[in-house]
Design a protein around this ligand. Sequence first.
Ligand SMILES: NC(=O)c1ccc[n+]([C@@H]2O[C@H](COP(=O)([O-])OP(=O)(O)OC[C@H]3O[C@@H](n4cnc5c(N)ncnc54)[C@H](O)[C@@H]3O)[C@@H](O)[C@H]2O)c1
Length: 342
Amino acid sequence: MSSKSSSLKVGIAGLGRLGWRHADNLAHRIPHCDLVAACSPVAAELARAESDLGVQAGYSNFDQFLDHPGLDAVVLATPSTLHAQQVETVLRRGLPVFVEKPLALTLDDCIRLEQLAAQPGAPVAMVGFVRRFDASYQNTRRMIDEGRIGEPFLVRSQTCDRLDPTGAFLQFAPTSGGIFMDCSVHDVDLARWLLGKPRATRAFATGSIAVHPELKAMGDVDNGLAVVEFETGQRAVVYASRTFAHGHETSTEVMGTQGKLLVGAGAARDRVLLSDSTGVGHQSVADFYERFAEAFLREMEAFVAACRGEASLPLTLNDATEATRITLAITKSLGSGQPEAI
Ligand SMILES: NC(=O)c1ccc[n+]([C@@H]2O[C@H](COP(=O)([O-])OP(=O)(O)OC[C@H]3O[C@@H](n4cnc5c(N)ncnc54)[C@H](O)[C@@H]3O)[C@@H](O)[C@H]2O)c1
């Protein structure tokens, strides 16, 4: 990028469920950047990016996409199985990269990418742990720093999606890394962040298939529960579900020696209480995007600001490596039925 005053020219790869949201934000809501190119193997997605977002250059080939003239930075919202190779390619081109979580599906890949991004003069590299940019989670972290709950010793955190009766997520499931890597990696990152980044030593997981028997062949479950032990004596309990009947429910509780903090109890959309012939109740948050729409904006603003040299990032690729390390042990334990050393 030539100067701080000129806009960052961003390209995005992946225009699916989340990639489209990022693209829409980059095109319309994130200051100091222009969405100049998009990459997807699906021609209809590229055509929509051109017609709805004004993205002039669409590429089906990733290397040609990276050759786009004047490209300053790349956002990756591609299937998780592609992250490691694509992040490496972008970094080796000397371009800043934002990649959706998880950074990679193996520890070796995470460590290799972390080392690449730590080299002197390496471009900005960021993983999308969006909850770190949510106002309530930031407030939680601040209150812990202020000593409001004493010493935090236990985090109990869940990511629970509303049941999709069409089972559409089953198409996405094989490239997701499993329910824990797909959903709980967020909770694992939160637990590390809120507990002061202790070293994890052991994990145990179990789960059940409540609704989707197709997951058995993939070695996956639609409801998973895990306990993580840290060498400090602190603990984390994470729960993930794909089968909540009422809506999306992300919540996190932090227990401390002098109090506790609770973020996001229940799935109520707002403070409106509807009374009708069926009873009295709230409408529900539909999905992760509705819950974290504001945080997705703050996250991308942070990436753009870091690329423009205006601010440093509040999280590192090492955070992503450690979250993956723990989540891989959890996933392994689900398969083995035994506690797994980390
Ligand atoms: N931060 C969060 O809360 C959150 C939420 C949902 C998804 N995600 C992550 O975002 C990523 C994408 O998830 P999704 O739900 O949008 O998936 P998706 O399947 O809806 O979209 C994937 C996109 O990648 C494109 N694609 C496939 N192969 C490609 C290639 N070789 N080059 C370029 N594009 C390619 C597809 O055409 C599609 O546009 C995953 O890694 C997932 O873990 C994060």
